[in-house]
Design a protein around this ligand. Structure first.
Ligand code: MG
Length: 304
């Protein structure tokens, strides 16, 4: 299908391709999330949360199969620096990892002896630490997990250190933290707040934090961008520091200076996206019931 680009700043023309079209790779899910591209295997995995499964699209022949079911209502995923799948699981309220031999390890499901809410999205820093958001969407109902009362009573972002097996909150003032990503130089961490789902007129923005010289403490936290169409959920950076984010009407692209460069319209609300393909210049887009893809004139930054 043709791509309706909305160019709001001329810089958007340089990072998109006028002849590229939005392709539908697969449809038939309920709520798609968490795309993660495996360069070595040339495949993409993503979550179909209410259907309790992780799906896999094979780049070599375009086929789609069930990668893991039940998935414990997995949501966001990332690929760590050793090539392993790291996942957020709603039902187990945990961060898990698929090891090289295929076995599954629960890395963290509690903090201070108390159960997490329902990890939503996850990233791995170059030092191997795992950062994840923990809103309540997976315990708010039985649709995306098992309904339960939050034991923490709040929704934070956490840093888990696999070396010391310690986990600590790095934020304390979010309503519903959601997508997150480091800038390409890792000097800043960006975190979406989708609190508007629970609070009328609540947060529907992405905030920007400075990462301290210790690599783990955050400061700042000003609003970087406010969504003008629904909510920002998951997002990624390209190698030049442009932020490509999900939104209710498609994909929005922001320059490092916070200017909204343009939009790619998608027929369904977008929850998450990632760069992939051998040149990392293809955006894979999880949008409600369907997986879409489009080539762009930008490359995802090397870190997933
Ligand atoms: Mg999310």
């Amino acid at each position: 299908m043709p791509v309706p680009y909305t160019v709001l700043d001329e810089r958007f023309r340089r990072v998109t391709l006028g002849t590229a079209t939005l392709e539908t790779l697969w449809t038939g899910g309920r709520w798609l999330e968490g795309p993660a591209y495996f360069a070595a295997g040339r495949y993409l995995v993503w979550s179909d949360i209410p259907n309790n499964r992780i799906l896999r699209w094979d780049e070599t022949d375009g086929s789609v199969s069930v990668f893991r079911q039940p998935s414990h209502n997995a949501n966001g995923h990332t690929v760590d620096r050793e090539g392993r799948l790291v996942s957020c699981e709603h039902q187990t309220r945990a961060i898990s990892r698929i090891e090289i031999d295929g076995s599954r390890t629960v890395l963290v499901d509690r903090v201070g002896g108390v159960r997490l809410n329902s990890p939503n999205d996850v990233i791995v820093k170059s030092d191997g630490t795992i950062w994840f958001s923990d809103p309540t969407y997976g315990i708010d109902s039985d649709y995306e997990g098992d309904a339960a009362v939050s034991e923490i009573g709040a929704s934070h972002v956490y840093r888990y250190d696999p070396a010391s097996q310690t986990c600590a909150a790095v934020t304390s003032d979010f309503v519903k933290p959601n997508g997150l990503a480091f800038s390409p130089d890792e000097r800043h961490l960006y975190i979406a707040d989708t609190g508007a789902t629970h609070v009328r007129g609540g947060p529907h923005h992405i905030r920007r934090f400075a990462v301290g010289s210790d690599g783990q403490t955050l400061s700042g936290g000003e609003v970087f961008a406010t969504c003008d169409a629904g909510l920002f959920d998951g997002f990624r950076f390209d190698a030049h520091g442009n932020l490509w984010t999900s939104a209710g009407d498609g994909v929005h692209c922001y320059a490092p200076d916070g200017v909204l460069l343009g939009k790619i319209s998608v027929p369904e609300g977008v929850a998450n996206l990632c760069f992939g393909g051998p040149k990392r210049n293809r955006l894979f887009i999880c949008a409600t019931t369907s997986l879409y893809a489009i080539y762009v004139n930008a490359q995802g930054c090397r870190r997933p």
